[in-house]
Design a protein around this ligand. Structure first.
Ligand SMILES: NC(=O)c1ccc[n+]([C@@H]2O[C@H](COP(=O)([O-])OP(=O)(O)OC[C@H]3O[C@@H](n4cnc5c(N)ncnc54)[C@H](O)[C@@H]3O)[C@@H](O)[C@H]2O)c1
Length: 273
């Protein structure tokens, strides 16, 4: 571990899947983590905990005190009706940025997603990986909200000088769950390495990075993250045999799961309830 000083992180959505990995990983590197979520997890561990809604500006003002870095994960992580996405992911993200600005927090790392660019086709990136500078091609209302997350980060960086990174997270789980995730997997340990690198990078203006491990089959460009100090150490290849045994059919390149960067999200419709 480098000698870089670690301070206090405010992590929204800290009770969720990614938050649970990052809370313990970043605390292990010396960060003091303050969790902010609608719920308290079963085991908050060493995390200081605040229950609140990212739509609540006063609750965010209290949460931002003495914070060095915000990691904004809170929101709906799948397709949903636009009104719900609007409240949780779009207005909620605006509230987090504005509260950070009011409090003078210098750096925000946000969870964008591969679904901000989900309509890109794998067949078009055989010779070179897909870069972070492609135009947005969201695959859902959820993906649209992630384009907003990237856009407000860029705006607050340019207008207010905030240091911002948007992480287009692939699939952050303990292990890849299917064949697509062999390409898109972000191991919990690499997620910690990536967010720690972004939190400590000496120079940060506005950056978009892909958040995946060093997977042999990956087709997303990791160089922008590596330039900021990310050194992934995991590779989904160790799970390839297990997944091949579970999915014995060869993948159909026309199946949206394999055709598009966003996989099956390109066919999702919002629930009607
Ligand atoms: N898990 C992945 O592989 C993946 C991939 C791409 C992007 N992401 C993004 O990473 C983030 C975390 O994803 P996750 O898989 O951990 O999701 P998750 O649903 O497990 O966690 C989200 C957390 O946010 C909290 N939350 C929701 N609305 C809130 C609100 N209004 N105020 C406060 N807290 C609220 C929830 O209670 C939950 O604990 C999300 O923004 C998601 O879109 C995740």
């Amino acid at each position: 571990m480098s000698e870089t000083k670690r301070g206090r992180i405010l992590m929204t959505g800290a009770a969720g899947g990614v938050g649970t990995f990052l809370r313990s990983g970043l605390a292990g590197l010396g960060w003091q983590v303050r969790g902010f979520d609608l719920v308290v997890p079963d085991d908050p561990g060493r995390t200081e905990w605040l229950v609140g809604d990212v739509g609540d500006a006063a609750a965010l003002d209290a949460a931002m005190r003495d914070v060095d870095v915000v990691i904004h994960l809170a929101g709906i992580p799948v397709e949903d009706r636009f009104e719900r996405i609007l409240k949780s992911n779009i207005d909620g993200t605006y509230q987090v940025f504005d509260a950070a600005l009011r409090a003078g927090v210098p750096r925000i790392l946000t969870a964008s997603s591969n679904h901000a660019v989900g309509y890109y086709e794998r067949a078009d990136f055989r010779d070179a990986p897909i870069g972070v500078d492609v135009r947005p091609r969201p695959d859902t209302y959820y993906g649209v909200s992630k384009v907003f997350v990237e856009a407000i980060g860029s705006f607050y960086a340019d207008r207010h000088g905030l240091q911002v990174a948007s992480v287009r997270i692939g699939s952050c789980f303990a292990e890849p769950l299917n064949r697509r995730m062999l390409d898109t997997w972000l191991s919990p340990a690499d997620a910690t390495r990536l967010f720690d690198a972004l939190a400590t990078a000496p120079e940060l203006g506005y950056e978009i990075v892909y958040g995946i491990s060093a997977n042999k089959t990956a087709w997303w460009d990791l160089e922008p993250a590596r330039r900021l100090g990310y050194e992934p150490q995991d590779d989904s290849d160790v799970f390839a045999e297990k997944i091949a045994a579970a999915e014995d059919q060869a993948p159909d390149p026309e199946d949206p799961e394999y055709r598009y960067l966003g996989g099956r999200f390109t066919t999702r419709v919002p629930p009607q309830d």
